[in-house]
Design a protein around this ligand. Sequence first.
Ligand SMILES: *Cc1c(COP(=O)(O)O)cnc(C)c1O
Length: 451
Amino acid sequence: MPRPTENQQTDVTSVARTVRRAVADGLIGEGRPVAGFVDVRGVRSSVAALREAFARTPDVLHTFAAKACPLVPVLRLLADAGMGCEVASPGELRLALDAGFAPARIVLDSPAKTRGEIREALSLGVALNADNLDELDRIDALRPADCPSVLGLRVNPQVGGGSIGAMSTATATSKFGVALRDPGARARVVEAFARRPWLTRLHAHVGSQGCPLPLIAEGLAATHRLAEDIADRVGRSQVTSVDLGGGLPVNFADDTVTPTYADYVAALTAAEPALLDGRYQVVTEFGRSLIAKNGFTAALVEYVKDAGGRRVALTHAGGQVATRTVLMPDAWPLRISAFGPDGLPKRTPLVRQDVAGPLCFAGDVVAHDRPLPALAEGDVVVLHDTGGYYFSAHWAYNSLPRPAVYGALLDEGGVAFAVIRPAQSVREISAESGLAQADALLTGFDAPFRH
Ligand SMILES: *Cc1c(COP(=O)(O)O)cnc(C)c1O
């Protein structure tokens, strides 16, 4: 196991090497002002760390939460590394199938599944976690006799929230799962299982970024107790798998991976030793912790100005690629590094400055009053740890194009790139903005829809 300091060294170097090569190859520069990069070996080693941490649990299905990086080549890389896939919409399900995940290794979790979505998942053999008891009634009606899907129920152990309200899924009033501590709810869940021998999985996702490990562990221990209660009630081990969700927080402050998957397993084992001992099959659904630190965003500095005594760098990385950071800057701070037009790290003295994006929206600032080497036109800024939920979850504000995303393969010989997703063109933006219906409001009210 490398020490954190060694990790840090490697990671800083790999980003710098990737930027240098990307600038030399013209992947960042005039006409290509912003791009995302995914470290392919980094992704594989994160998957390896996850598997290693759970090595003592006999039967584990690790799935990747597709929403953290819904890009087909990335999903295929993860499938190749042995992962399954957690999806929460028809679009994510399509991506997972196109990436090559076997249906039995896909888990569908969305809170508002339509009858059509449930029917499709059940016919494919995709595992499904119902969000609520009404959804179980729908499954009763739609489930074919020989249904191949593993079926579960999501519960909310209501253990409380973490430091980011919007990421806390186990508060008393969370919209997710059956609220287990509400009056009568636990008994209703136990009865729902007793009436449905095919219901064999319990699912909880206690929270994401900002939720401390002990809180996650407490919620999952409560879920485990419920599985045992169900077994007591029905007189057999009806629940055969526990889906632990994801939510391992990511350290955005420096390159150290903390907490680690090993820390997670230790916290769970401390809270409930029987949870991972093999009595239940275990499913995990990690997203951010597998991908965030294996990606970064690079963007050109277009102008630098002074305003009210503040230095402001106007760059091409703003809310379109760092939506959470610009809308909730205190909850989602990002590290930023500065590189020169040659792609080498800038060594100029530190100056406090804002790093702003290209959107016509005053909040479009990815770093406020941050000490950085004095930026200048043509420099490149790097937004670290943005491999999850950032460049892959584009915000179409100002009709800015989705940036290109490249896979980077680093070895002793150098850095090689593969296109994961080409940059969107302005033609494509127009096409998805109704170009084919351009006359709709002038002549489109004619037949056939006229009443
Ligand atoms: C978002 C989500 C995940 C992944 O969360 P991370 O914080 O990215 O690990 C897992 N399961 C469910 C149900 C989710 O909604």
